[in-house]
Write a protein that binds this ligand. Structure first.
Ligand code: SF4
Length: 448
């Protein structure tokens, strides 16, 4: 069969290409290829898309990150009172339409797959599917991803106008359901450990890649009260040989790639992490860990191995200075853990401009002093801070508490749970003034 797989636009108040690649859709496309199907892949967020760069050459920033092409758009009605510009990030509309027209002429597309990650990005998915439906009026469209999994009913109601089939779930479960519905042969997927067997080849891109993103593990053994990862995934890690072969494959085809990003939620928690780090050190690339890694796991030996392998960006999951918050939200880290980890990273020779701690802002009923304490503590250790604005995610303890206390409704439009705008309407967490003050304070701390 001929599948068209589309990574949708982002419609948001802000978005930046901090190593964003549609991993779920890439895995699905690899599995379809493994099964012998043809895949046409359109990534609307590809900053180096060949047609886009003719119109708007991308400016790459540090380690291959950069701004998405964007255009201001009208806000959906529910966001009309938010005093900020709303934008569509990704390929211009006309360019997307002309790509689809070309694809439509070249091949008969049998099915279209779209995935939406962040729940409050469903609007970008909707706008993308509206265009797809215009050009492919009768082709079945299937929607999966985190939004469809956490907000299945909302997705079914919202996308029924485009005759979209919603396929919730993680891994290849939704794909199997889609293939079943299309009466396709599935025996090759019996007892198939897709995470172990499938490489992310990046062969679906014909554009220049400033970085590649991989995952060496899925899931996380911790259970933080604000995080949905452990609810969605069982902790599993890929064998070292497979990871190394995957990188070898990519670098053989694209020897120019200098930045390899691991998007794991629990990169350091595998038992054989030291062996993995030693094996990774054989490649001449820079590695980055943009998701909060576990500070408790970093000792002198791990820090040295990370340094030897040429890891650069390190983001430590810290979240709060307050012991009660640390303990009450999952106890993944303490202040002592952070001090020990930072000391080891310093001793190993890390550039402290590349070492960050995530600090959670706007947790229910948190005050600004609480955030400022965490910022001050990180600053005193000589590391940088990423303020991570809280959003309640269905299935988490924090979300359920807010529902129980009638602070939010279970029928809330996910657009309102965009962390950028929560303080504009909610009465939990910080006011917008306090949030702005905390942001200014953090910026001023690091301005010298
Ligand atoms: S340690 Fe990180 S990934 Fe694991 S549950 Fe906590 S926040 Fe989620």
């Amino acid at each position: 069969m001929n599948f068209l797989v589309v990574n949708p636009w982002i419609y948001d108040f802000a978005a930046y290409d901090f190593w964003l690649k549609p991993l779920g859709l890439l895995y699905i496309s690899e599995v379809l290829t493994y099964l012998g199907h043809n895949v046409t892949f359109v990534d609307l967020l590809d900053r180096h898309d060949k047609d886009l760069i003719a119109k708007s050459p991308p400016k790459d920033k540090k380690y291959g990150t950069g701004k998405f092409y964007n255009e201001s758009v009208e806000k959906p009605a529910i966001l009309k009172n938010i005093p900020r510009k709303f934008k569509r990030y990704g390929l211009p509309l006309k360019l997307f339409e002309s790509k689809l027209e070309t694809i439509n002429k070249q091949n008969k597309i049998d099915a279209i797959l779209v995935g939406i990650t962040l729940t409050y990005w469903y609007y970008g998915g909707e706008k993308t599917i509206e265009i797809l439906r215009n050009i492919f009026p009768s082709t079945p469209i299937f929607l999966g991803g985190v939004y469809s999994t956490l907000y299945t009913e909302h997705a079914e109601n919202n996308f029924s106008k485009f005759k979209v089939n919603i396929f919730p779930g993680t891994g290849i479960f939704p794909l199997k359901k889609v293939l079943e519905l299309l009466n396709e042969e599935l025996t090759k997927l019996n007892n198939f450990n897709w995470f172990e067997e499938i490489d992310l080849t990046y062969d679906f891109y014909d554009s220049y890649l400033t970085y590649v993103v991989l995952i060496s593990s899925v899931g996380c053994p911790f259970h933080c009260t604000y995080c949905v990862t452990p609810k969605m995934w069982k902790f599993q890690y890929r064998s070292i040989d497979k990871i190394i072969n995957n990188i070898e494959y990519i670098l053989k085809k694209r020897p120019y790639v200098k930045d390899v990003v691991f998007f794991d939620d629990a990169f350091l928690l595998r038992k054989d992490i030291k062996e993995l780090l030693k094996a990774l050190s054989t490649f001449n690339v820079r590695y980055h860990l943009p998701n909060g890694i576990h500070a408790r796991r970093i000792d002198d030996e791990i820090a040295l191995l990370l340094k030897k392998a040429n890891f650069r960006t390190i983001k430590l999951g810290y979240e709060s200075y307050d012991f009660n918050i640390q303990k009450g939200t999952g106890f993944k880290v303490t202040n002592e853990d952070l001090v020990k980890a930072v000391t080891s990273l310093k001793n190993a020779g890390f550039d402290m401009n590349d070492v960050y701690a995530y600090v959670l802002v706007n947790l229910p009923f948190q005050d600004k002093e609480n955030v400022i304490q965490a910022v001050d503590f990180c600053h005193s250790l000589g590391i940088r801070v990423n303020l991570n604005e809280f959003t309640p995610i269905p299935g988490t303890v924090e979300y359920n508490e807010l529902i129980k206390k009638n602070v939010i409704s279970p029928n809330i439009d996910p657009l309102l749970l965009n962390n950028t705008i929560i303080p504009y309407w909610s009465n939990f967490g910080l006011s917008i003034e306090d949030l702005e003050e905390v942001k200014r304070y953090t910026k001023s701390k690091y301005s010298d």
